[in-house]
Design a protein around this ligand. Structure first.
Ligand SMILES: NC(=O)c1ccc[n+]([C@@H]2O[C@H](COP(=O)([O-])OP(=O)(O)OC[C@H]3O[C@@H](n4cnc5c(N)ncnc54)[C@H](O)[C@@H]3O)[C@@H](O)[C@H]2O)c1
Length: 509
């Protein structure tokens, strides 16, 4: 595929976004300014002051021509578009993207920088002049990406969505519901009434184009009954019929909420889930559990109804902040530990590429993750037994989350550390020390477990109120081996000793 060139004003983020793209696509990254400095042995300031701008432009042109090619990401200098031949190369031999950035943002990013010869003196004035000279050249050379209000990961994700990536989606075969992972063209779904969230819309608005579109709140707020009522009102206004399919594009909270509304509207319409978080792709949007919150109780009202299909495009997850993205790796790791040795082995072997969000690795991770979940759901569709193993790490995780002010993902990661350590403590399970150490080091490397002083007695109180308590005993998921989880009922005394060992592990004692 033709290489990518990023063009735009100094400070528009070309190098940062270029590096992200090169990681996602596993393409080489070339920074033209760096190449010029390497080739000449001089800094950009030195080239300008010793030889003048024209000499710099000649070097720039030579290097651009030399570097142009397939499967690479090129970050160009701000003035590359001044030259007509450069513009031809950029628009014909490369896929060029213009990072359009407000002048105020450029000013803030550049005010401490001293290495831009054309910006010396009155920075704002110089930026304004350069911008008015180059604006049309940028716009006529590359596809404009308006970066206002977007972080680098979000801009890079938008660029990836623009690319004509050749990708054959993979279908995970399951009697539960169809699950397809790979490149998804949203324009093919524009005839369906669609619900998405504000953040997802803000990032992907140029690609989400249905006539019937409802944009709802982000995060847990979408699972509030007031939001559900608004969804029903929209469905009535759209004259949704019972046989109609709707589309949900968003994270797990959105797919849960829309799943609930669609499952109950006219006693059940159809839903195409397009999960946009990694957690949604491997877990929340898969398997037909749909729940909303009420009276501050999470998932208290819900219904089982499978989506008509789930279309998971891993490239959506490129725009997530790392911590949110890592929550998805943690959920996948959980799935691997309790139900799928191949998934666990895949994570172990590919953790660096996974953390780098290399698209091919992500696709395989999502495929294996969804497959593992679907197999469990196949055997226990209504969550009456085995499906409970998917709570591994979550019981303690929820207790930690509600006691300490940390994110859900970090709490679940800590809950897993805890549950693995506790599984070793139970001699009857015979969990190997090497398995414990390996799993704990993977969690550590995912990098979202904070150093936290945990007091066992606080967790103890929380756990005793857990909804899974029955006849005074707590149903708890332990690990025998990778891919082998067991559900045991444990007494308060056992729970106490198990808590202490887990707390020691988390606190590093
Ligand atoms: N039904 C199930 O089986 C199941 C399983 C696990 C979790 N869940 C539910 O899933 C929810 C958590 O889901 P989540 O972790 O996906 O979080 P989320 O849905 O709350 O999304 C987190 C944030 O990320 C934003 N976002 C979504 N996609 C994005 C993208 N591609 N780029 C940038 N931002 C994006 C969202 O708008 C939101 O602000 C919880 O409500 C939980 O109860 C359900």
């Amino acid at each position: 595929m033709k290489g990518i060139a990023l063009i735009g004003m100094p400070g528009s983020g070309k190098s940062t976004i270029g590096r992200l793209l090169s990681r996602y696509l596993r393409w080489d990254f070339i920074d033209i300014d760096e190449e010029i400095q390497k080739a000449s042995g001089l800094s950009i300031n030195e080239i300008f002051s010793h030889y003048g701008e024209q000499h710099f432009r000649t070097l720039e042109k030579e290097i651009l021509l030399k570097c142009t090619g397939n499967n690479r990401v090129i970050s160009t200098g701000g003035g590359v578009v001044i030259d007509k031949e450069n513009r031809k190369v950029l628009s014909e031999n490369l896929q060029s993207f213009y990072l359009k950035t407000p002048l105020g943002a450029l000013f803030n990013r550049l005010k401490e920088k001293k290495d831009r010869p054309l910006l010396k003196g009155n920075l704002l004035q110089n930026l304004k002049e350069l911008y008015s000279e180059r604006k049309n050249l940028y716009e006529n050379t590359g596809t404009t990406i308006n970066t206002k209000g977007l972080c680098p990961e979000e801009v890079a994700a938008i660029i990836v969505r623009h690319l004509q990536i050749e990708d054959t989606p993979i279908s995970v075969s399951s009697p539960v519901h169809p699950f397809i992972v790979g490149r998804i063209s949203l324009s093919k779904l524009s005839n369906y009434p669609t619900v998405t969230t504000k953040r997802v819309w803000h990032i992907y608005k140029n690609f989400i184009t249905p006539e019937k579109l409802h944009i709802t709140d982000d995060g847990e707020a979408v699972k509030d009954i007031k939001n559900i009522e608004m969804l029903f009102q929209k469905f009535i206004q759209w004259r949704v019929e019972r046989t109609d399919s709707l589309v949900a594009i968003g994270g797990g909270a959105l797919t849960d909420a829309v799943g609930f509304a669609v499952a109950t509207f006219k006693r059940g319409c159809k839903l195409i889930n397009i999960p946009t978080t990694l957690l949604g792709q491997v877990d929340a949007a898969v398997g037909g559990k749909n729940a909303i919150n009420m009276a501050k109780i999470k998932n208290i009202i819900g219904i089982f109804k499978h989506p008509e299909q789930v279309l998971a495009d891993p490239s959506f997850t490129l725009s997530l902040p790392y911590e949110r993205f890592a929550e998805g790796i943690i959920e996948g790791l959980k799935m691997g530990l309790v139900a799928s040795p191949p998934l666990y082995e895949f994570i172990k072997a590919n953790l660096k590429k996974l953390k780098d969000r290399e698209l091919k690795t992500l696709k395989e991770f999502v495929r294996l993750g969804a497959e593992a979940k679907l197999r469990v759901v196949e055997r226990d569709p209504y969550d009456r037994g085995e499906r409970m193993i998917l709570n591994f790490g979550h019981t303690i995780g929820h207790a930690i989350e509600s006691t300490y002010n940390i994110s859900h993902g970090s709490a679940v990661a800590m809950g897993m550390v805890f549950s693995i350590a506790a599984s070793r403590k139970l001699n009857t399970l015979k969990l190997k020390l090497s398995t414990e150490e390996e799993a704990l080091s993977i969690i550590q490397e995912i990098g979202i477990t904070p150093k936290l002083e945990i007091k066992p007695e606080c967790l103890w109180e929380k756990l005793l109120q857990d909804k899974k308590i029955k006849d005074g005993k707590l149903r708890f998921v332990f690990l025998k081996d990778v891919g082998k989880a067991v559900i045991l009922s444990i007494s308060p005394e056992q729970l106490k000793s198990v808590l202490e060992v887990g707390v020691n592990e988390i606190s590093g004692n």
